[in-house]
Design a binder for this molecule. Structure first.
Ligand code: 13P
Length: 254
């Protein structure tokens, strides 16, 4: 049985390096004692160097929140390449988060970022999710389109390094998460689309995370009833006591 994967997406938090160091120290200490859970934290770029462990910590890794559409070094002001991230020891990169899609990332751009991340041998956490749910089920077409187009041009041999984070946009930063039963249903749908793109063996193997208003209270039920492979956590991942409780709750799942 593979380990559960809990990814903390810190977004543009916390406000200072001191807080980032304190938060990551606490998380590392708890994560290293867990049995069945892998923890990844994705700090903002400037904090990566100081949150990354000096010596490897068991069941703990650092991720980044994005990587450039440009593959090579050069005149690209403000950009950070996947190669640079790999070079400083980053293992995971979030790609196509809805907040970046809202800021202009099209599926084509997401696909370029994804390709660069995978080319560097990093694990990509590809975020997908519908903006809203409708009775007629148009949201399923939206989801399908997003997955297919983001995976456009990605060779099947790289599919093993892709994790899908299903994050319905309407559940991000909300009061309530999606219902676990709905999460289960949709995660199956996501796996099916992935299988249609890369073949059934990849559909079986792909890990699907859920994200959107996850906290220490609902994490256990989302994981067990929603039957996902892990969680992508926003607000609760920068709330030290809450995130620690969340990790411990998930680690109880056998
Ligand atoms: P919240 O957990 O704050 O809803 O954010 C979810 C998210 O966007 C994680 O990537």
């Amino acid at each position: 049985m593979s380990k559960k994967l809990i990814v903390g997406n810190w977004k543009m938090n916390p406000a200072s390096l001191d807080e980032a160091k304190r938060l990551s120290r606490r998380i590392k200490s708890v994560a290293s004692k867990l049995q069945r859970t892998e923890t990844v934290v994705c700090p903002p770029f400037p904090f990566i160097g100081q949150t990354k462990p000096k010596i490897p910590v068991k069941n703990f890794d650092i991720g980044a929140q994005s990587a450039s559409i440009f593959a090579d070094t050069g005149a690209h002001t403000g950009e950070v390449s996947a190669n640079m991230l790999r070079d400083i020891g980053v293992k995971y990169v979030i790609v196509g988060h809805s907040e970046q899609r809202q800021n202009g990332d099209t599926d084509e751009i997401v696909s370029k970022r994804l390709s660069n991340v995978l080319t560097q041998g990093l694990i990509a956490i590809l975020c997908v999710g519908e903006k809203a749910r409708d009775e007629a089920g148009e949201y399923m077409n939206e989801l399908k389109r997003q997955i297919e187009q983001s995976l456009n041009n990605i060779p099947a041999k790289m599919a093993g390094n892709i994790i899908i984070a299903y994050e319905p946009v309407w559940a991000i930063g909300a009061k309530e998460a999606m219902l676990p039963e709905q999460i289960y249903e949709t995660s199956l749908f996501v796996k099916k689309i992935f299988a249609d793109v890369f073949g059934p063996e990849y559909g079986h193997r792909v890990r699907v995370l859920y994200g959107g208003s996850v906290n220490f209270r609902n994490a256990f039920e989302i994981m067990t009833v929603g039957k996902v492979d892990g969680l992508l956590v926003g607000r609760e991942s920068v709330n030290s006591p809450g995130f620690v409780e969340l990790l411990k709750a998930v680690d109880k799942i056998s």
